[in-house]
Design a protein around this ligand. Structure first.
Ligand code: G6P
Length: 304
């Protein structure tokens, strides 16, 4: 991907700049009067989002994150698609294990538009479609579009279009790594009185009565959710609201101390610095999309 050409096509002086990011991977740097953001074109991944009135980024990125072709960077908002988690079946041609969380977080996307709106917001649209290579992993024709709106808040909309002749089913997630002051002090509101599958207990069903706190390895798929979460972070003295639509699940993940020491692309203390709150359709909540139809997953992240 030619950075100079990207700037010719999409650059706007002092506002939208295409740059070679870490590992030389192409990124879009956005600065407007309301916020700044960094978006990886490689993975369709928001790496940074910071409203101008905030000192702390919304997004956590591990110092040990991989920034290389074929690898997923740990942090920001990886897109898990067309499946969330481990693939349940082997590749039908190679009989190899399919990649965890699908294949679009480790592939080049393309830029559709990058524009400043009249109200001062910036809209970036990225897309990825099937190729011969993706059809060997997942035998369907698709067009996946990520619309990113950089305003006082961050809005992400992921649209899946079935461009083929047969229906397909997906699971998916906006796998947001939210930057926190100290994960042991945060509270997640909005998942009270929901059921969840506990991945750390063999997907056993469990029930969350009160607010969610992190004090052990946590890997849960909540269902029957409301579409609003609040992440209360006393150390950063802020509350982030996450409003969503098109999702049947919310995933909460933190690897805790033992997990952070075994995950190679996390530093041992990183577990304190993030919580993943993922707007998702997962674990049996597959979305079926018929030919010429589409489905949307949307999330907005704002400080309240
Ligand atoms: O390390 P990754 O493949 O990026 O996955 C990180 C985590 O993502 C999700 O939240 C899953 O529920 C976890 O089971 C997984 O460990």
């Amino acid at each position: 991907m030619n950075i100079q050409q990207l700037n010719t096509d999409f650059g706007i002086e002092n506002q939208i700049l295409c740059v070679a990011g870490k590992g030389g991977l192409p990124c879009i740097q956005v600065n407007n009067a309301k916020a700044s953001a960094l978006i990886s074109i490689y993975a369709g991944q928001v790496l940074s989002f910071k409203p101008v009135n905030q000192t702390e980024d919304f997004m956590f990125i591990s110092e040990n994150a991989y920034f290389a072709e074929g690898k997923a960077a740990k942090g920001g908002v990886p897109i898990c698609w067309p499946w969330f988690g481990a693939a349940t079946e082997l590749d039908h041609i190679t009989q190899e294990k399919k990649p965890d969380h699908g294949f679009v977080r480790t592939r080049f996307w393309s830029v559709v538009t990058a524009e400043m709106l009249d109200n001062g917001d910036t809209k970036i649209v990225l897309e990825i479609s099937d190729t011969e290579e993706t059809r060997k992993i997942w035998p369907y024709s698709f067009n996946l579009i990520l619309e990113i709106l950089i305003s006082d808040s961050l809005t992400l909309q992921l649209t899946t279009r079935n461009t083929g002749k047969q229906p397909f089913s997906i699971t998916e997630a906006l796998h947001t790594y939210l930057n926190v002051g100290d994960v042991t002090q945060v509270e997640v509101l909005g998942l009270e009185n929901t059921e969840y599958l506990d991945k750390n207990s063999g997907f056993a069903k469990a029930y969350q009565a009160g607010v969610v706190k992190i004090f052990e390895p946590t890997d849960r798929i909540h269902s029957a959710i409301t579409h609003q979460l609040i992440l209360a972070d006393p150390d950063f003295n802020r509350k982030i609201k996450i409003s969503s639509s098109g999702n049947q699940n919310v995933v909460v993940w933190n690897p805790w101390i033992e997990g952070a020491t075994t995950v190679q692309d996390l530093d041992k203390d990183d577990y304190k610095r993030f919580i993943c709150l993922e707007v998702a359709n997962a674990a049996g909540h597959d979305v079926e999309i018929k030919p010429n139809c589409e489905s949307r997953l949307k999330a907005n992240y704002s400080v309240i």
